[in-house]
Design a protein around this ligand. Structure first.
Ligand code: PEP
Ligand code: MN
Length: 270
């Protein structure tokens, strides 16, 4: 039996991501300009990580909010991918965009608002790309796993789940990070699960402790929002880490890793 730390979380082209790598996907909520994306890409690459996020087509709650740079956003992500050798994670809201995504996007993100869009999931199952499936903010853990089944049963086995918080009565945070989903998913499925403390918290001051807590709960990795100048962000600035905070997070993950490996939180001993 493979040691749990050597379990493969994801394979993309030449890249094999193992559980022990604790995948970190970082980048802006939304692509705003080439300068902003390149600055984030440089941070990610210099931290030694391989995956950058950035929304081009944004599913906004308010139709009058910034909807993303759309096609231009994908073109900017393509340039960053080439320049910094990163893998690109971006949300897909419409399968008609797939031709535009094909050469640039490495992981298709399905957002919380679309977790239960089963027609979208059925279609994504037929594309040869890994899918990052975020938990809906009103979805149970079972519903998340069933949504993943749409991808798996449709022929796409490269699925990563994401706990991004659920809606509760608490108002100090944007959502409530339900970390119990992490060990529960580990018990019930063999799919990898990562944690998004940015959307769960909605405030950058508590993103780092909740990110570390996610790893301590057994997550295979994290997705976090970063921005060169969070107060000026067009979307989700309040929850975006500036580069100094991002470097702190990277450092603290490195400090935590050896302990996680010993604790075996989601491994064979639990
Ligand atoms: C995002 O990751 O940019 C996003 C919109 O997150 P969620 O779908 O979890 O709200
Ligand atoms: Mn966001």
């Amino acid at each position: 039996m493979t040691h749990f730390l050597d379990q493969t979380i994801l394979e993309i082209d030449e890249l094999t991501v193992k559980r022990k790598d604790r995948i970190l996907i970082a980048g802006p909520c939304s692509v705003e300009s080439q300068g902003q994306v390149f600055a984030c890409a440089r941070e990610v690459a210099e931290a030694g990580y391989k995956f950058m996020r950035g929304g081009a087509f944004k599913p906004r709650t308010n139709p009058y909010s910034f909807q993303g740079l759309q096609e231009e956003g994908i073109r900017i992500l393509a340039k960053a991918k080439k320049e910094f050798g990163l893998k690109i994670v971006t949300e897909i809201i419409d399968v008609d965009h797939f031709p535009l995504y094909r050469d640039t996007v490495d992981i298709l993100q399905v957002g919380a608002r679309n977790m239960s869009n089963f027609q979208l999931l059925k279609q994504l199952a037929t594309f040869n790309k890994p899918v990052l499936l975020k938990r809906g903010y009103g979805a149970t853990i079972e519903e998340l796993l069933l949504a993943a089944e749409y991808l798996l049963s449709g022929g796409n086995s490269r699925v990563i789940l994401c706990e991004r918080g659920i809606r509760t009565f608490e108002t100090m945070t944007r959502s409530t990070l339900d970390l119990s989903s992490v060990p529960l998913v580990k018990k019930m499925s063999s799919l990898p699960i990562i944690v998004d403390p940015s959307h769960a918290c909605g405030r950058s001051d508590i993103v780092i402790p909740m990110a570390l807590a996610g790893l301590a709960a057994g997550a295979d990795g994290l997705i976090v929002e970063i921005h060169p100048n969070p107060p000026k962000a067009l979307c989700d600035g309040l929850q975006s880490l500036d580069f100094s905070k991002f470097r702190t997070l990277v450092k603290e993950i490195q400090l935590l890793k050896p302990f996680l490996d010993q604790i075996d939180v989601a491994g064979e001993n639990t």
